[in-house]
Design a binder for this molecule. Structure first.
Ligand code: FAD
Ligand code: SF4
Length: 521
């Protein structure tokens, strides 16, 4: 592609924040370039199962350039997406709106009446992402419904809103979403494989909506390049340096732009900005890297060996129940054959110290040695497995700091994030009874006592001024002109539910505040 000498806007990262920014800015008449470090995929490029780790994982040092990345810090393990479309390629399509507490807590609470202001932007985001109710309840969803009944929360149980096209299963039709302007889509086959990449062209990933439309309207795109440096040339001019991310030769390039949008997700944006604060963007707020949040998640696998039903049937997350004022529970599945997580699962063992957890784990194994061995060697792992995703709005925050090569985590406020949440354990044991299964957790949680999150947020949060936050309420970076942060790192409170819809809605709002090009003074 022939690049321009200078763009009105460069966007770093093509996830939810980057994709919305790209479309809305080209629609406003700006020249825009998006730079993405991952690859661009067609449906057929995704692996059939997550055992094809070369195609599934993003591990550049092993030359694996897939869509799923795992990053471990001292206090949290983070899973995230990489590629043209960011986390949408690997996510479970679930698009809940947060409950009230989200709008009234965190560093942004006093800056706006967020609940009413964001309402329309949520609707826009839902429409663009093709959010609709899951029409099918698979065996795992039925079990969650049973559980809801037994805890008196039947009314709180519902099918999820998901970004999936539910036409006739497997049948391709002309664009059903954008008056024929969008790409062809095919009906979901309920194969459960959304988190290894949808090979059926049914999942509404960002390359099928925002990015697709933006490219048609003139967006320039470069993939497989990682932005490594930014120079501030003047008040309205930045030079962006990038290098190859998928080849051994780290060939470098640079481009200039008047405006710059950081949309690399928490792991991309915060890491890059921490580096730039020491070099070219020294006036960035000292709050950079603060208020890193998770959804206070707990992930518990329930494996059964006798239940004859196929637990992989359905979309990745087919149902959700609000179990109390602060907590939600979802039931998650992978497609047939995606047995990667089996090697990392160990019997559920909660406890504050390593020794306590190992003692509980050994106790469980000694109690049911044959059953647990049989279950963990289960051949049809994904048809016999559900993963319970428990999330809470309660807050605990970390701080990311630069450590030369990258970032490390430190404790900030409140209690550290933990996956050892008693309510989650109780619900997991109850669900196990319903499906005649046994609960398991990730071995990293038992060994290191750290939770794993798919929903890392914050690090560039909003504030009244640079003493309180990194960006203002319109996502503009304090102390700089024409710099924005538009992604999960701008989320300034804990939504308590899966955050992509919220990231999209806030991005819509931020872009709405930017005038049309020919309307500028
Ligand atoms: C397995 C899994 C399941 C999930 N399920 C759900 C779900 O059901 N619902 C939900 O709401 N959320 C879900 N999430 C979370 C969701 O994917 C993220 O919250 C969301 O993608 C974050 O959006 P973002 O805009 O912050 O950035 P991302 O979507 O993370 O995109 C950032 C992009 O920037 C690129 N990038 C980073 N740094 C650079 C750089 N320096 N140069 C160039 N490119 C760069 C990255 O490669 C990436 O593609 C899930 C996540 C995972 C991993
Ligand atoms: S269930 Fe299967 S077909 Fe449906 S969106 Fe997920 S991966 Fe695609």
């Amino acid at each position: 592609m022939e690049l321009k000498d200078k763009y009105d806007f460069v966007i770093i990262g093509s996830g939810f924040g980057g994709s919305v920014s790209a479309l809305r800015l080209v629609e406003k008449g700006y020249s825009v370039l998006i730079i993405e470090k991952g690859k661009r995929f067609e449906a057929k490029d995704f692996p059939k199962t997550n055992l094809n780790i070369k195609k599934w994982l993003w591990l550049p040092f092993l030359r694996f350039y897939g869509i799923f990345k795992m990053t471990f810090f001292k206090h949290v393990g983070i899973v995230s997406g990489v590629g043209f479309g960011g986390g949408s390629l690997v996510y479970a399509n679930t698009l809940p709106r947060p409950s009230k507490a989200f709008y009234n807590t965190g560093s942004w609470a006093k800056l706006n009446d967020w609940e009413s202001d964001l309402n329309n932007y949520y609707s826009m985001a839902e429409q663009m992402l093709g959010s609709n109710k899951t029409p099918l309840a698979g065996p795992a969803d039925e079990a969650l419904k049973e559980l809801s009944k037994s805890i008196g929360k039947e009314k709180e149980y519902e099918a999820t809103n998901v970004a999936v096209f539910f036409g006739e299963p497997g049948k391709t039709v002309k664009d059903p979403y954008f008056n024929g302007e969008g790409p062809d889509r095919a009906g979901c086959t309920f194969c459960g494989a959304c988190m290894t990449g949808c090979r059926e062209n049914a999942k509404n990933t960002l390359d099928k909506n925002y990015l697709y439309l933006a490219e048609k309207k003139g967006l320039d795109i470069i993939c497989e390049k990682e932005v490594i440096d930014v120079e501030c040339l003047s008040d309205e001019s930045y030079r962006i340096h990038f290098q190859n991310s998928t080849s051994l030769l780290k060939q470098k390039g640079k481009i200039e732009s008047s405006g710059l949008i950081f949309s690399g997700g928490v792991l991309g944006t915060v890491k890059l900005l921490l580096k730039l604060k020491k070099k070219s963007l020294t006036k960035l707020s000292d709050r950079l890297g603060c208020d890193i949040r998770t959804n206070n998640e707990s992930l518990i696998g329930i494996i059964n060996e006798k239940n004859p039903k196929d637990f992989s049937h359905g979309v990745a997350i087919g149902s959700i129940v609000q179990t109390d004022e602060n907590s939600h529970l979802e039931v998650v599945r992978y497609g047939k054959g995606s047995a990667f997580w089996r090697i990392t699962f160990v019997p559920l063992a909660y406890g504050k110290t390593f020794f306590k957890r190992v003692k509980v784990m050994i106790g469980s194994v000694l109690n049911k040695p044959f059953r647990l061995t049989k279950i963990s060697l289960q051949w049809n792992f994904t048809t016999k497995n559900s993963i319970l995703l428990f999330m809470q709005t309660l807050d605990s925050t970390l701080r990311f700091k630069s450590n030369g090569k990258g970032m490390h985590s430190t404790l900030q406020e409140g209690t550290r994030p933990t996956s050892f949440i008693p309510e989650a354990e109780k619900l997991a044991r109850l669900y196990s009874e319903k499906v005649n299964g046994e609960p398991f957790i990730l071995s990293t949680e038992v060994l290191f006592g750290i939770p794993t999150t798919a929903h890392i947020l914050g690090g560039c949060v909003m504030g009244e001024n640079a003493l309180q936050g990194v960006i203002d309420k319109d996502n503009k970076v304090f102390n700089y002109n024409k710099l924005w942060v538009v992604d999960g790192s701008a989320i300034s409170a804990n939504p308590g539910v899966n955050p992509s819809l919220t990231i999209t809605a806030l991005a819509e709002r931020a872009m709405d505040k930017i005038p049309f090009k020919n309307a500028q003074a």
